[in-house]
Design a protein around this ligand. Structure first.
Ligand code: NAP
Length: 341
């Protein structure tokens, strides 16, 4: 891993660089892949990683990428890297029924921000779409992206693991549990192998919790420390693990918490950024209450520790902000702990 990341080209190349393990996995995997909801913050890099791993494995399989492609640039980048794009609104059941049936499916479509004021659309995206997909792809293996928000709020010394009962707060998180339930139902009814991939905060430098904290400090804005702690994972590792989860789908559905092993404290991280960026740090509140955290020991046992640790991510992020690295302008709102998005 490089000491620092100097350009977007270097960042993209790193995100699309498969591990030996992933290359070997692609060599063994039967059949084509389809990534549903590919055009977002994670999907483009996931598609590019999958294609790179298949090429290095010398395997012959296609990666299809499905979205509405509201941003045509994402489609161009995917096609240029070898992903076969298909435009489809997954809310349209008849359009879903026309999608080619691939043996391997990664489901990433979802809706979070804007839930307050348009709850019905969030519920449709997060439950109706999974129902359409679970039915159409009943004979595939499905890795369904989910979120650590399905758990109750936690204290930093007691992290929810996969045995912890879900207790989602607010309609967004409740609809995410609904998404999981649709895939679990499909898995029960048709025997579909499924893995629920419960992610807490991917870091890609252009967005993410570290990006949000560092950007505020760089611009002299105070940090909202209502959420006292968080977990993160390098997006390259999150994507590698998502593809490897195709080997851990089962009926009834498996579930895995996906994040890094470190629990980071908001105030400590903010002070680290203050030093790295040589800026003063201010906070808007006192940390209290719980926050979204999860115990990823099961995933670490299966896949090994992430290839980039939190300290390195913090150094990369500070340098990215200091040198004017691009931002997607999509805040995570990690500080929200009342479920209102
Ligand atoms: N990024 C994180 O740190 C994080 C953390 C926890 C959980 N997750 C979960 O991981 C998944 C992927 O995350 P992300 O950050 O990449 O999400 P994202 O940026 O919101 O991307 C969502 C994707 O879904 C597509 N989409 C939305 N509505 C659609 C529709 N009706 N038909 C077809 N495609 C549709 C969007 O593209 P178009 O608009 O072009 O259709 C986009 O490609 C999400 O489900 C999210 O809940 C992510």
């Amino acid at each position: 891993m490089p000491d620092l990341i100097e350009s977007e080209a270097q960042l993209d190349a790193l995100l699309a660089s498969p591990s030996e393990r992933l290359i070997e996995f692609m060599r063994q995997l039967d059949g084509d892949l389809m990534i549903l909801g590919i055009a977002g913050k994670m999907g483009v890099s996931l598609g590019q990683l999958a294609v790179a791993a298949i090429k290095k494995a010398g395997a012959r399989k296609s990666v299809y990428g499905v979205a509405r492609f509201s941003n045509p640039d994402a489609r161009e980048r995917l096609e240029a890297s070898g992903v076969r794009s298909i435009q489809c609104d997954l809310l349209d059941r008849t359009a879903v029924a026309d999608l080619p049936k691939t043996p391997n499916v990664l489901f990433m479509a979802g809706r979070k921000f804007g839930t307050g004021g348009d709850e019905p659309l969030t519920w449709a995206m997060n439950t109706l779409v999974p129902a359409n997909v679970a039915e159409h792809f009943r004979d595939s293996s499905i890795v369904a992206f989910s979120t650590g928000c399905v758990y109750p709020l936690a204290a930093p010394h007691r992290l929810p693991d996969e045995q912890t009962s879900p207790d989602p707060i607010g309609e967004y998180a409740q609809s995410c549990l609904g998404r999981e339930r649709m895939f679990q139902y499909g898995s029960q009814r048709w025997g579909t192998p499924v893995c629920l991939y419960r992610l807490n905060y991917a870091i890609d430098l252009r967005y993410g919790v570290l990006h949000d904290i560092a950007t505020k400090i760089w611009h002299g804005q105070p940090i909202d420390n209502s959420a006292p702690a968080f977990n993160i994972i390098w997006q390259g590792d999150a994507n590698q693990q998502a593809l490897l989860c195709l080997g851990h789908c089962s009926s009834p559905a498996n579930m895995l918490n996906i994040t890094g092993p470190e629990t980071l404290h908001t105030e400590t991280v903010a002070k680290q950024f203050g030093e790295l960026l040589d800026k003063p740090v201010r906070f808007t509140s006192t940390p209290e209450g719980g926050c979204y955290l999860s115990d990823s020991s099961r995933a670490t046992n299966l896949f090994g520790p992430p290839s980039v640790d939190a300290e390195q991510l913090i150094r990369w992020q500070a340098h990215w902000i200091k040198t004017g690295g691009r931002s997607l302008g999509k805040p995570t709102h990690f500080e929200v702990n009342d479920g209102a998005y």
